[in-house]
Design a protein around this ligand. Sequence first.
Ligand SMILES: Nc1ncnc2c1ncn2[C@@H]1O[C@H](COP(=O)(O)OP(=O)(O)OP(=O)(O)O)[C@@H](O)[C@H]1O
Ligand SMILES: [Mg+2]
Length: 339
Amino acid sequence: MSSSNNALLSVQGLGTAFPTHDGLVRAVADVSFSVLPGRTTALVGESGSGKSVTSLTLMGLLPKDCGAQITGRADFVCRDSRRVDLLSLPARQARALRGNEIAMIFQEPMTSLNPVLTIGEQIAESLRLHKGLDRAAALAASKRMLELVEIPAAGQRLHEYPHQLSGGMRQRVMIALAMACEPRLLIADEPTTALDVTIQAQILALMGRLQRETGMSMLFITHNLGVVAHHADEVVVMYAGRVVESAPVRPLFAAPQHPYTQGLLNCLPAKARKPGEPRPKRLFAIRGQVASPLAPPPGCAFEPRCDSAEARCRESMPALLAQASSERQTRCIHVEEWD
Ligand SMILES: Nc1ncnc2c1ncn2[C@@H]1O[C@H](COP(=O)(O)OP(=O)(O)OP(=O)(O)O)[C@@H](O)[C@H]1O
Ligand SMILES: [Mg+2]
C-alpha cells in the first residue's frame, strides 16, 4: 500500500529525531504508509510508539524550539491536483494547506479551542480566513456546522464559550471546526480517548457519517484496536517509532503477522474482535516495556519482548518486507517462513 500512486497522501521514509541533552531521540524512523481517497488509514501502537510525532511532523506542528531533524517525504494531492511534499513546503504554503485541505483534531479539545472566544466566533474565524466569507455569512455557516455535528440548540451554543460545554460537545465543536473548510484529509489523533464509551461511539459514528458524506480521507490515530476493526480500511502498526506491520484491516485482524500485532490482538477483549473470529484462549498483556528511543537494541526493537525471538533477531533491524500480494508488509524475519 505504500506504493499506491493514487493515494491522497503518500508518506515515504519519514524520520523525526529530536536532539536532547542525552543524545538523539529517534522518535520516528523510516515510516511509510498511504491514505487513499475517501478511506481511513489507522496508525496503531502503544504509548510512545511515535504516532503523534508522525502526525505533528506531517502537519508541520512540532514545537519550533525542539530542533527536530526531519527526513523523508510526504506527497499530498491538493484540490487542484497539484502534488506537494508536506515536509519541504515553504511555511506560508504549509499554513494555507492546514485547516483548509488538511485538518487535525486532537484528544483534548481544550488545547485547540480558544477559551476566550465563543464557539461561533472560532468556527466563523476559520471560515473567514480559509473561505473568505464575510462576518454574517461565516456566522450562519458556523451554525450549520454545529447542526452538521449534531449539537442540539446550535443557534444558542454558537454564543457559548468552550468551558460551558461537556467533553463530548467540545469534541463535536472540534470536529465542526475541522470540517468547516471541507478538508480532503482529516488527521485525528486519539479523538475519542478522553471520552466515555457511549460518547466515544457517538463521535466515531458522526465521523464515519461525515466521511461518507464528504468523501474525505482520514488518518486515524489510536491505541484502541476495537476502534480500528470497525472504522479503518488500512492499518499501520507502529512499534518504537517504526512501522512493524501494515495491511488492509480484514487480513490484519484475520491473520496478524508480526508478533507485536499478534500480541496486541491477544490483548483485545473478545467483544471488540471482529464477528466470527475465534476468541483467544486467554487475555494477556505483552511482557516487558518499549526500549528507550535513546538506546535502541541493534536488532529488532521488539526482540526483547518477543516469544519467537532467536539470535539473528538481535543482529540487525529486519526490513519491512512486502508480501507476495504486496498489500501487506511486515518487519519480521520470520515472515519469510510464513509467506
Ligand atoms: N520534543 C521532543 N523531544 C524529545 N523527544 C520527544 C519529543 N516529542 C516526542 N518525543 C518522544 O518521541 C516518542 C514518541 O512520542 P509520541 O508522542 O509520538 O508517542 P505516541 O505514539 O503518540 O504515544 P501516546 O499513545 O502516548 O500518545 C516518545 O518517546 C517521546 O518521548
Ligand atoms: Mg500521541
